[in-house]
Design a protein around this ligand. Structure first.
Ligand code: AMP
Length: 397
């Protein structure tokens, strides 16, 4: 079955056409600057193009994608009818959706209700879904929620100790993010270890520009580091992560900063960028440390210390640990960082194999033969996970 995976943003639309028989992407690309001028990127085995294509709306973008996929020169299918289903990435399903579902009018209303929880993303996803209905007609569409994998968290993990009315009135609680990635890498890790997910306690570390860590207990997420929004948990490229909440009101009062502006500071001007004073990109941080920049060293030390603490905390929360998984830009590509995050966990039985760990962006077990707790690198593949959920739902129709 061939499935078109769509990740619609407010002025962009990323896509992959995935063949589920081979679980490979036949084509991938994106439409940028929708509503402005329009830039189209498209890549297959035979083509790698970037060109300006006017795209006034998301429907224009979908038409451009379909045109490229079916083009005799740069395409990979001969007819639109080869696309059996569309899978959409949706950032927030709030507490309404705990699994992937087929798109219906009722589902569209549900996603709309979650817009407050993801104001930058959910409205754009809805535009993407409507554009697909307009252009692709009856092709079944499935929505896959970033929050769904975390919906199994118990109240003790997702509640905040604030007045209860805020939970009741505004649904203020932990939802988590990156769920599709955590689900994918935990399933792959189980397969790589030759076990069923139900047999394993896993900590999944999605470390990229945005970072989160999850505790996956026998296939079920029981806790995750991101919260009501993706600002919580680990410090990140430009996000502050967990801080004393009193600091927020203290600084807002001291410097007379309005809430929206302080939110921006915490999201865009904090984290690795703020501490290092150099960059939010971990490669720049490594270079700055080599040049002797002490603040870059503090930033990296802080990040690694926090990763180690979360792994330890989640091992305790699960009452044991079988495997640690590293994924995303930093987790997949930074062997030294993996070693430093795991070194303090030696007391628990974590032992890296430095030779095997010299790997970037490849699936591999990187702990030693004797390591009680296995450490794995698993490149994330959210698109494949979305396609797999979409196939399962559409096949059952
Ligand atoms: P992501 O948000 O998952 O794309 O991750 C972005 C982060 O991954 C950036 O901070 C990069 O420095 C880091 N990263 C990406 N590729 C590499 C690489 N080949 N080597 C080291 N770091 C990388």
């Amino acid at each position: 079955m061939k499935i078109l995976v769509i990740n619609a943003g407010s002025s962009s639309l990323k896509y992959q056409l995935i063949d589920m028989e081979t679980t490979t992407a036949l084509a991938k690309g994106n439409c940028d600057r929708i509503g402005l001028d329009g830039v189209f990127k498209h890549k297959t085995d035979r083509a790698d193009i970037k060109k300006e294509v006017p795209m006034k709306t998301h429907a224009d973008a979908i038409k451009t994608v379909i045109g490229a996929l079916t083009d005799p020169e740069i395409g990979c299918i001969s007819d639109l009818s080869e696309i059996k289903a569309i899978g959409h990435r949706i950032v927030s399903g709030g507490d309404i959706f705990n699994q992937s579902v087929l798109v219906t009018e009722e589902v569209i209303e549900g996603i709309d209700k979650c817009c407050e929880l993801a104001p930058l993303h959910n409205p754009a996803h809805l535009i993407g879904i409507r554009a697909c209905i307009e252009v692709m007609g009856d092709v079944p569409q499935v929505v896959v929620f970033d929050t769904a994998f975390h919906s199994t968290m118990p109240p003790k993990a997702y509640m905040y100790a604030l007045p209860y009315k805020y939970y009741e009135q505004y649904k203020v609680r932990r939802y988590g993010a990156h769920g599709t990635s955590h689900k994918y890498v935990s399933l792959r890790a189980a397969a790589m270890l030759g076990k069923r997910p139900e047999e394993l306690k896993i900590v999944t570390c999605h470390l990229g520009n945005g970072s989160s860590i999850s505790a996956v207990d026998r296939g079920v997420c029981i806790d995750t580091s991101m919260g009501f929004t993706p600002l919580a948990g680990l410090m990140m490229g430009t996000r502050c992560g967990d801080i004393d909440p009193a600091v927020v009101t203290y600084l807002m009062e001291k410097e007379n900063i309005p809430p929206k502006e302080f939110n921006r500071i915490m999201n865009k001007e904090s984290g690795i960028l703020a501490i290092s004073g150099v960059s939010s990109d971990f490669r720049d941080i490594d270079n700055a440390i080599e040049e002797g920049n002490p603040r870059a060293k503090i930033a990296l030390d802080m990040f690694e210390y926090q990763v180690t603490k979360f792994i330890g905390a989640y091992a305790a929360a699960m009452g044991g640990l079988d495997a640690i998984v590293f994924t995303a830009g930093v987790g997949e590509n930074n062997p030294d960082l993996r070693v430093r995050c795991c070194a303090p966990l030696k007391f628990m039985g974590v032992e890296m194999d430095e030779e095997k760990n010299r790997v970037r962006g490849e699936e591999r077990i990187v702990s030693s033969e004797n390591s009680k707790i296995k450490v794995l690198v698993v490149p994330t593949n959210e698109e494949l996970m979305i396609a797999a959920d979409t196939e399962a739902i559409v096949s059952a129709l």
